[in-house]
Write a protein that binds this ligand. Structure first.
Ligand SMILES: [Zn+2]
Length: 281
C-alpha cells in the first residue's frame, strides 16, 4: 500500500514542512484530513488518470485539518465519480459551515457529495466498507480543547495490513490512554502501522485556557515518551510522526526521532516524513 504524505506540518507551517495534515492512500482512494496539503493542484489533477470515488476522513475540523478543502472545488477532476466526507458527528455542523450551500463542489463537477458521520461516534467501534478495505473509527478528546477527534484505522480486505491515523488526540501525563491503545492494537494482523502526531520534545505540558475566557489548565502534548508508549503497548511495527509544534526547529525533529527510536528499539521503523514524501507499507 502506497502512502503519500501531502502535508505533515502542525497548526502552522514550520521547518517540518509548509503544509498541514493530509495523507492520501491511492490504492483505496482514502484521504485522511484536508489540511493545506490537499491544496496541491498538480496532484489533484492527476487523479483523473485513475478516477475513483474519494473517501475523505476528517479527524476534526480545526483549521489546520480542513483548510485545504476548497482546492477540491477548483482542481478535482470531473471524472471523479463521488466524494464522501466522514467526520465526528459533533463536528459535522462545522463541515457544513465550511462547505456552505453546494460548496466547494459545483453540481456538475461531482455526481455525489455526501457528508456522513464518522462510523465510530459514541465511542463504539464501527466501520465503513470501502472498495477492498474497511475503515474503523473511534472518537477521542482533542489534545487542547477536549472537542471530539476521530481516530481512523484502515484494514486491507486480505486482513494482512492495518494503518491507523491518529492525530491531535490527547495523551495522559505518562502516555496514551488505555482506550487509545485498545483502538490501535490489531491482533491477527501481519503488519500494523501508525501515523500520529509527536508535538514536542521536552516540557510536554502546556498551559492553555480550558475554554474561551475560561480557567488556565495544564495539558499534556504528545512527545517521544507518549508516542513510544503507544507504539510499544499497541504492538505497532512501523510509525510515521507528523504534526510537530510549529515552534520547533528542524534540527529538533532529529532529536525527537532519535528519542523515539531509542525508546522503541531497532525492530520498529520510525520516521518523520516530509511534505510530498511517498512511502510503501
Ligand atoms: Zn492540528
Amino acid at each position: 500500500m502506497k502512502i503519500v504524505f501531502l502535508g505533515t506540518a502542525g497548526w502552522h507551517p514550520s521547518d517540518a514542512g509548509n503544509r498541514t495534515p493530509c495523507v492520501h492512500i491511492p490504492d483505496y482512494n482514502v484521504i485522511f484530513d484536508a489540511g493545506t496539503g490537499l491544496a496541491n493542484p498538480e496532484y489533484l489533477k492527476k487523479m483523473k488518470e485513475d478516477p475513483k470515488g474519494i473517501h475523505l476522513f476528517l479527524s476534526h475540523t480545526h483549521i489546520d485539518h480542513v483548510s485545504g478543502m476548497p482546492a477540491l472545488r477548483i482542481y478535482l477532476p470531473k471524472e471523479i465519480p463521488s466524494v464522501t466526507i466522514y467526520a465526528p458527528e459533533e463536528q459535522l455542523i462545522n463541515v457544513a459551515g465550511i462547505f456552505g450551500e453546494g460548496y466547494p463542489f459545483n453540481e456538475d463537477q461531482v455526481n455525489g457529495l455526501s457528508i456522513v458521520k464518522a462510523p465510530g461516534d459514541a465511542k463504539a467501534l464501527r466501520h465503513v466498507d470501502i472498495p477492498r478495505a474497511k475503515v474503523f473509527s473511534q472518537t477521542f478528546s482533542h489534545i487542547e480543547d477536549g472537542s471530539p477527534v476521530a481516530g481512523y484505522k484502515l484494514i486491507s480486505d486480505d486482513s494482512r495490513k492495518a494503518l491507523v491515523y491518529l492525530v491531535d488526540v490527547a495523551p495522559t501525563k505518562s502516555g496514551p490512554t488505555q482506550e487509545v491503545i485498545d483502538f490501535v492494537k490489531t491482533p491477527s494482523i501481519e503488519k500494523l502501522a501508525l501515523i500520529c502526531d509527536c508535538y514536542s520534545m521536552a516540557g510536554h505540558r502546556m498551559t492553555i485556557r480550558d475554554k474561551v475566557g475560561g480557567e488556565f489548565i495544564s495539558t499534556p502534548y504528545s512527545s517521544p515518551l507518549t508516542v513510544s508508549e503507544l507504539i510499544k503497548r499497541a504492538g505497532v511495527n512501523q510509525a510515521w510522526l507528523i504534526h510537530p509544534s510549529a515552534q520547533l526547529k528542524r534540527i529538533k525533529f532529529d532529536d525527537m526521532l532519535l528519542e523515539v527510536k531509542k525508546r522503541v528499539g531497532d525492530s520498529i521503523q520510525v520516521s518523520m516524513p516530509k511534505d510530498g514524501e511517498e512511502v510503501e507499507f
